[in-house]
Design a protein. Structure first.
Length: 127
């Protein structure tokens, strides 16, 4: 059984080198299962070191098995040409200002205000 496991890994590694997609998928599953088995079979005190070594070996060999693998598209991207008609300029807005003030009636309660004159002395009530 162990020899079959080793042969499967070696075959997936070699065929993955040649770019066979199924072999690359097999390599990924085989490596994940191998690391899981190392974790399950190692005593708890040595488990972190054993798992890290198995993961490191699998990662280094994955550079060979997955060589040339990229996420770029195989087909060139399509170019879409859009020719939109030029929009007519918007007409200038007509702005008018209207100021509506309430009518003011002079009366005894309201003081009549005059413009400020700096030469004029302030009233004596200002201290």
């Amino acid at each position: 059984m162990y020899a079959t496991w080793q042969a499967t890994g070696l075959l997936a590694l070699v065929l993955g080198w040649f770019g066979v997609t199924a072999a690359r998928a097999t390599w990924l599953l085989w490596g994940a299962a191998t690391v899981a088995m190392v974790a399950a079979a190692t005593p708890a005190s040595d488990r972190p070191v054993a798992v890290c070594l198995a993961l490191l070996a699998w990662t280094i060999l994955s550079m060979l098995a997955l060589r040339g693998l990229s996420l770029r598209r195989l087909l060139p991207p399509r170019t879409v040409h859009v020719q939109a008609p030029a929009a007519a300029p918007a007409p200038a807005p007509q702005i008018t200002a209207h100021l509506h003030l309430p009518e003011q009636k002079p009366g005894p309660a309201r003081a009549v205000l005059k413009p400020y004159d700096p030469r004029e002395q302030p009233p004596p009530t200002w201290n």
